[in-house]
Design a protein around this ligand. Structure first.
Ligand code: SAM
Length: 287
């Protein structure tokens, strides 16, 4: 029996939300593998998420679409490698298997062992994968042993991860990646709240985020109220950022989000995406 910890278990919840996409009036993506990673417990958690804050599962749909586009645009722009960092049951390596880019996955051993078993059962091959706690492992070195080229243009998809990590681990980790990978773009989702000190603007925001934590059965110790930290404390430039809810119009769901109560729309401003690009070593921070 594979023992998957609480953070690993969150991957099943996200897969369960993605598994429902074909039933939506306006599907935003196609992930036929998602049901392979869904189970009763995770479906219950997904329903709890909707109960505590109804737009939360819609934001997971938006984020899936957003990171798909990040990969598609990045490959069009010349990236030749994609790393799914804390990738869980992300199946982009298979969705984009015909694209001109090599995919790699990094996640905890138990999660990736489970994934490999399920994929084997379905006759699908697991891409080159680093089974590790990425905060502790030598990620660039471990990937290089799997055929990764640290000097080639690389995209990292870091989806559904930052909020679960110890705050003090983030900058050292990003600096380690940046020092080994010279041409790197990394996209992630985050909460724009100082979660370290639980500094919420309103009680409603606090209750909603804490409700989401309970439904996910995991806590969110880390948020980023100010993205310039990545420019000051690591060699990155912020090239893109915004709230997922703002993408509603582009995704054909503008009316639905516009009809949300005002206070829901306020809380949604806290859930955002960001893209960091590694600066060339000679460049100095822009701000
Ligand atoms: C919420 S899931 C998201 C999975 C996937 N990226 C997605 O959006 O569907 C978080 C994933 O990150 C992985 N993860 C979190 N911290 C990690 C760490 N330090 N090392 C390896 N994997 C980690 C967990 O095991 C889990 O699979």
């Amino acid at each position: 029996m594979i023992d998957i910890n609480e953070i690993g278990a969150t991957a099943f919840v996200i897969a369960s939300i993605r598994a429902l996409e074909p039933e939506k009036p306006q599907p935003l993506f196609n992930d036929p593998y998602a049901p392979w990673f869904s189970n009763d417990r995770a479906r219950t958690a997904a329903r709890q998420l909707e109960a505590v804050f109804p737009p939360s599962t819609t934001m997971v749909r938006f984020r899936t679409r957003y990171f798909n586009r990040f990969v598609e645009r990045g490959i069009e722009d010349g990236a030749r490698q994609v790393v799914l960092l804390g990738g869980g049951f992300d199946m982009r390596a298979h969705h984009y298997r015909d694209a001109d880019a090599a995919f790699f996955e990094v996640d905890q051993k138990a999660v990736l062992e489970f994934k490999r078993q399920v994929l084997e059962g379905g006759g699908v091959e697991q891409p080159p994968s680093l089974f590790a706690n990425y905060l502790e492992a030598d990620v660039p070195g471990g990937l290089a042993e799997l055929g990764f080229d640290p000097s080639a243009p690389t995209l990292i998809v870091w989806e559904g991860n930052t909020m679960y990590l110890p705050p003090e681990s983030i900058m050292p980790f990003l600096n380690r990646l940046a020092s080994a990978m010279s041409s790197l773009r990394i996209a992630f989702d985050y909460f724009s709240v100082d979660l370290q000190s639980r500094d919420f603007d309103t009680d409603e925001d606090r209750k909603r985020l804490e409700g989401v934590e309970r439904a996910m059965n995991a806590s969110f110790p880390t948020g980023f109220p100010d993205l310039t930290v990545f420019e000051r404390e690591a060699p990155f430039a912020v090239t893109e950022s915004g709230s997922f809810a703002e993408l509603a119009e582009e995704y054909g769901l503008g009316e639905m989000v516009a009809e949300y109560p005002e206070d829901w729309r306020e809380t949604l401003k806290l859930y955002r995406y960001c893209v960091l690009q590694r600066r060339a070593s000679a460049e100095t921070p822009s701000r």
